[in-house]
Write a protein that binds this ligand. Structure first.
Ligand SMILES: NC(=O)c1ccc[n+]([C@@H]2O[C@H](COP(=O)([O-])OP(=O)(O)OC[C@H]3O[C@@H](n4cnc5c(N)ncnc54)[C@H](O)[C@@H]3O)[C@@H](O)[C@H]2O)c1
Length: 223
């Protein structure tokens, strides 16, 4: 596996976790919003492991706010990473996937792809675009035997959530309890519960699925 990540510490930590679980992985410092950087990462991936048969698009930046608070630069950054970054990665892995006669792409979208949330305009607009990117790619790449699906997480305990809570000046324990109340299961999700959905969509168990979105949010978006 190749871990293409902007931050060296995070990339190396992810490699460590994969190795602890018995897998093999290499870290390649990558800015997914930069097509040359993505091209170099894919070249390194093919050199390390052979042809690419799976791509998981996960990198994101979290730009929130009301429309009047968001600058042109903010918009460029959030779409540059969250939407164009995903498209860059798909474009660069395509030749390799075609050589290996197919593959699977899993985009990490969000419940924010299809619900409105207060003061979340740039992030939610970008995640809405990821949902459409997924459907359109599924249509265009079906002839290449490439399935394209998305996972839509709800509120998950990650570093990004820790940062969001800190930026709001909230007490972490209280905030995690409160955020969890939106779900039917009255708790936040864990990253492993998202990984399970990704694994399923990446596997042959999902061989007749393309253009689909799996919502993993503890039921938060059902009402
Ligand atoms: N945490 C949640 O509650 C939640 C909910 C719904 C969806 N998501 C989605 O899950 C995915 C993972 O989010 P997370 O919560 O783990 O966030 P995170 O910030 O912990 O992880 C995102 C990673 O993306 C990397 N990244 C950012 N810009 C990059 C770039 N240009 N090139 C390469 N890497 C880059 C960051 O360094 C970071 O390690 C994102 O797509 C996010 O939108 C998260």
């Amino acid at each position: 596996m190749t871990v293409a990540e902007l931050e060296e510490d995070s990339g190396r930590k992810t490699v460590e976790l994969i190795e602890q679980a018995g897998g093999t992985a290499v870290f390649v410092e990558t800015d997914t919003s930069d097509s040359a950087s993505v091209k170099a990462a894919v070249t390194a991936a093919v050199a390390a492991h052979g042809e690419v048969d799976l791509l998981v698009n996960n990198a994101a930046v979290f730009v929130f706010g009301k429309v009047e608070d968001v600058t042109q630069d903010d918009w460029m950054r959030v779409f540059g990473v969250n939407v164009i970054g995903y498209a860059n990665c798909v474009r660069e892995v395509l030749p390799s996937m075609r050589r290996s006669s197919g593959g699977a792409i899993v985009n990490i979208a969000s419940v924010s792809s299809f619900i409105a949330q207060p003061d979340f305009i740039p992030y939610n607009a970008s995640k809405g675009a990821v949902a459409q990117l997924t459907r359109c790619l599924a249509m265009d790449l079906a002839k290449d035997n490439i399935r394209v699906n998305a996972v839509c997480p709800g509120a998950i305990r990650t570093r990004a959530t820790d940062r969001h809570i800190a930026s709001l000046g909230l007490d972490p324990d209280e905030a995690y309890r409160d955020f969890g109340q939106d779900s039917m299961l009255k708790r936040m999700g864990e990253p492993e519960e998202i990984a399970s959905g990704v694994l399923f969509l990446a596997s042959d168990e999902a061989s007749f699925m393309t253009g689909a979105h799996i919502v993993i949010d503890g039921g938060a978006s059902i009402d």
